[in-house]
Design a binder for this molecule. Structure first.
Ligand code: SAM
Length: 309
C-alpha cells in the first residue's frame, strides 16, 4: 500500500471553527493533498465554493484530481498565499466566508527524498515549496555569510549551537560546495554529537526551510490580507506547527481584537478603537491523544480561530 499524500490534522475542529455558512466562498490557502478542502466542500451546498492555493506544483496536481468531483465549485491554483488578494481578484472574488491556513510542509513533501526537506534521506538540499523559485537551501548554505547563517539557525531554529554550526558549514564549503542533505547532516553531526544531534538536525533543517520559503514574512502579510478579505461573520482558522508561527497568529489576532490602544501615560486616556476580529479560541486547540497516536504530526499542531466583526 502506498502512503497517503497527507492526513489532515484537527479536521473536525477545523470544520466547526471555519464554517459559518454553507453557501459562501472559502479559501484553503495551503491545499496540500486536499484533505481539508474535500471535507469543507462536502459540507457546502451548491452555492458554496472553494479556492485552493498551494505554492507546490505536486500538491496542486494531486489535489486537483481529488477535488474533480466538485466541478467548478473547486478551483486550485499554484500560488503563494501571500498573493491571496490578487488571485481572488482575478477570480472576481472580493469577500470570502472563511480562510484556512494549515502551515508548514505536507507529509508527501517531507517523505519525498527529491524535495530535500528531511535529513532522513539523502538527496539535493532543495527545500523549495515552489520549484520555480531560484533560491533553494543550496544557495542559502553556500552563499550566506557565516553571521547570517548563524542568525538563521538561531532565529528560526532556536538552535543553541548556531554559531558553531555556521562556522563548520563555512569551513566545509571552502573545500567543496554543500549540495546534499547528507553533507549537511554530517557537518551538523560533527558539531553536535551523541544524543543531542537529532534535535539539532531538526532545528537546523527547520530553520533553513523557513528561510528558503520566507515562511514567517509570507504568513504575516497573508494573515492580514485574509482578515481584510473576510465578510462580516467570516472566519479565519490557522493551524501552526512551531512556536514562531503560533506567536505571529496569536499577536495578529490580539491586535485585531483589541478595543483600545494604550496611551502609555497615566494622564492621557487610552484611544478607543473598533475591533475587527473576535477571537474564538482563547487558548489554541490541540489534537486529542487518539489523533496524535494515529498521526504523530498532529502532536505539535495548534489551531487558532477568529471571526470578522
Ligand atoms: C500541512 S500541508 C497542508 C495539508 C492540507 N491541509 C491537507 O489536508 O492535505 C501545507 C501545505 O502548504 C503549502 N504552503 C506552505 N507555505 C505556502 C505558501 N506561502 N503559499 C502557498 N502554499 C504554501 C505547502 O506546499 C504544503 O503543501
Amino acid at each position: 500500500m502506498t502512503a497517503p499524500y497527507h492526513t489532515p490534522v484537527l479536521l473536525q475542529e477545523t470544520l466547526s471553527y471555519l464554517l459559518s455558512t454553507t453557501s459562501g466562498v472559502y479559501v484553503d490557502a495551503t491545499l496540500g493533498g486536499g484533505g481539508h478542502a474535500e471535507a469543507i466542500l462536502s459540507r457546502l451546498d451548491s452555492a458554496g465554493s472553494l479556492v485552493g492555493l498551494d505554492a507546490d506544483k505536486d500538491a496542486i496536481e494531486f489535489s486537483s484530481k481529488r477535488l474533480q468531483a466538485f466541478g467548478k465549485r473547486a478551483v486550485a491554483r499554484q500560488e503563494n498565499f501571500r498573493n491571496i488578494t490578487s488571485v481572488l481578484s482575478e477570480l472576481g472574488v472580493s469577500k470570502v466566508a472563511g480562510v484556512l491556513f494549515d502551515l508548514g510542509v505536507s507529509s508527501f513533501q517531507l517523505d519525498e527524498p527529491s524535495r530535500g526537506f528531511s535529513y532522513r534521506s539523502d538527496d539535493r538540499l532543495d527545500m523549495r515549496m515552489d520549484r520555480r523559485q531560484r533560491r533553494s537551501a543550496i544557495e542559502v548554505v553556500n552563499e550566506y555569510e557565516e553571521a547570517a547563517l548563524a542568525n538563521v539557525f538561531w532565529k528560526y531554529g532556536e538552535e543553541r549551537r548556531s554559531r558553531r554550526i555556521a562556522k563548520a558549514i563555512v569551513q566545509n564549503r571552502i573545500r567543496a560546495n554543500i549540495q546534499t542533505t547528507d553533507q549537511l547532516e554530517k557537518i551538523v553531526r560533527n558539531v553536535v554529537g551523541g544524543r543531542f544531534a537529532l534535535k539539532s538536525l531538526s532545528r537546523v533543517f527547520q530553520a533553513l526551510r523557513i528561510e528558503v520559503n520566507n515562511e514567517l514574512g509570507n504568513l504575516i502579510s497573508a494573515l492580514q490580507e485574509s482578515i481584510n478579505l473576510l465578510e462580516a461573520g467570516g472566519r479565519v482558522v490557522v493551524i501552526s506547527y512551531h512556536s514562531l508561527e503560533d506567536r505571529i497568529v496569536k499577536e495578529t489576532f490580539n491586535a485585531q481584537a483589541a478595543s483600545r490602544i494604550p496611551s502609555g501615560s497615566k494622564f492621557i486616556a487610552d484611544t478607543e478603537i473598533r475591533p475587527t476580529l473576535k477571537i474564538l479560541t482563547k487558548k489554541p486547540m490541540l489534537a486529542h491523544q487518539q489523533e496524535v497516536e494515529q498521526n504523530p504530526r498532529a502532536r505539535s499542531a495548534k489551531l487558532r480561530a477568529a471571526q470578522k466583526v
